[in-house]
Ligand binder design. Structure first.
Ligand code: UDP
Length: 412
């Protein structure tokens, strides 16, 4: 089966037909995406399926990975934090390292980038490539995946010199947008329905994961998957579970996530979570190894309710993942979660452990309502948060840039 057929099966033939129509206007267009890592992190996760899908649609798409080393990443980590609002004084040496790597990568990628019709540069790390390629002929798009709404002014002033020369920029949420002297577009992230994290699983696969974790498949289950980070409020989830448990006999809770091993703060939070869980045998705190996608998928599918009780969140991929699995999601009333959840229809937005407990209780006692919300959740995600929707918006953007559309186009 071709990739397009596989996507048509899960995302719907209408979604794929729409892609074909748009791609028809871009046949043979050379499209290059540049980011700084081939695997790990949301950008690589989405480019991995995006490139073959674009190629099957007739675009000459490719993906170049920027070559950096420890000194470059130390500097761009600071820049990343500064764009997200941390106060970081730009240091001359760091900026020199940044420029130098951008110059060298521009040299290495010169022919492919100068000849491309469209170049998507992902995030601040490779943003200065453009300044080294004055003979570029295509349209250049800066694709910013982070919250750039309140950057450190000095670091932004520097970055702005490079970014302002692009033909367009793309942000993930309306609140992340930074004013720039070219058209900016909002294209939210998406999940890949064919990846191990989101594909359909056989019942045995799901049962295997649950029994390995000591879960009882016949008792109600609430699941939150996330890094052990205070912004994800895992202790608040335990409080909500305890408040709901008196009204939902046999309730089980899974808090699973990775990242604690190499993150001192993560280890501290994990310790707090274990302390809060105490010796309750129905709270399962699990440290997941990186890329244990089938386990994440199976846990979300075993849940009656998926929770993402963050107190601060960018987009919150786990919300889209839970909705896609046909589960109502109880999410923190913050950031991108507000865009992903339709309160009372696909889940509930909550502001406290008490609020979360109330919603857990309600959903566990109203099976029909839970299933109905789950069905709406899946359909909403199919239309709004799958890779096919994201590619459709990239294609629309390219068509608009090629035809010289003005300041505003309507996407979708
Ligand atoms: N995830 C995972 N294993 C873990 C914890 C998280 O695979 O142990 C995945 C999760 O399924 C989601 C992503 O990592 O796809 C986290 O993205 P999200 O936007 O929810 O949160 P972030 O960690 O980026 O703040």
């Amino acid at each position: 089966m071709t990739l397009l057929q596989q996507y048509a099966e899960v995302a719907g033939s209408d979604a794929v037909e729409h892609l074909r129509q748009l791609a028809g206007l871009l046949q043979g267009a050379r499209v290059v995406h540049v980011n700084t890592t081939a695997w790990g992190g949301g950008v690589a996760e989405i480019l991995t399926p995006l490139i073959p899908l674009s190629r099957e649609l007739g675009l000459d798409a490719s993906w170049e990975v920027f070559e950096g080393a420890a000194d470059f990443f130390a500097c761009t980590k600071l820049m990343h934090n500064a764009v997200q609002g941390m106060r970081v004084a730009p240091d001359e040496r760091g900026l020199h390292v940044y420029e130098d790597y951008n110059a060298r990568n521009a040299e290495r990628l010169r022919s492919v980038l100068e000849d491309a019709d469209f170049v998507f540069i992902h995030d601040p790390q490779p943003a200065a490539l453009i300044s080294h390629l004055p003979r570029r002929r295509g349209s250049w798009i800066w694709r910013c995946h982070i919250d750039a709404s309140h950057p450190d002014p000095r670091v932004w002033r520097y970055l702005h010199e490079h970014v302002a020369t692009y033909d367009a920029s793309v942000f993930s949420l309306p609140t992340f947008v930074r004013p720039l002297p070219h058209p900016s577009y909002v294209i939210p992230p998406a999940i890949d329905p064919l990846s191990d994290k989101n594909r359909a699983l056989a019942d045995e696969e799901i049962r295997g994961v649950c029994s390995g974790m000591g879960l009882d498949p016949n008792r109600p289950l609430v699941v939150q998957i996330s890094r052990f980070d205070r912004f994800k409020d895992p202790v608040g989830v335990i409080k909500a579970y305890r408040l709901a448990k008196g009204f939902v006999p046999g309730l089980q809770l899974v808090l699973a996530g990775g990242g604690a091993a190499d993150d001192p703060e993560g280890a501290e939070v994990l310790h707090e979570v274990r302390g809060a869980a105490g010796d309750d045998p129905d709270i399962h705190v699990a440290e997941l190894p990186p890329r244990d996608d089938v386990t994440v998928n199976a846990l979300q599918r075993s849940a009656d309710i998926v929770v993402q009780k963050s107190v601060r969140e960018g987009f919150g991929l786990t919300v889209a993942e839970g909705l896609w699995k046909g589960r109502p999601v109880i999410g923190g009333d913050t950031g991108g979660i507000r865009l992903q959840l339709t309160n009372y229809h696909t889940g509930f937005l909550v502001n406290s452990p008490e609020g979360a407990a109330l919603r857990i209780r309600y959903l566990m006692h109203n099976r029909d309502q839970r299933l109905e919300m789950g069905a709406k959740a899946r359909e909403f995600t199919r239309r709004s948060f799958l890779l096919t929707r994201q590619l459709r918006e990239y294609l629309t953007l390219m068509v608009a840039l090629r035809s010289g559309a003005g300041e505003r186009i309507s996407l979708g």
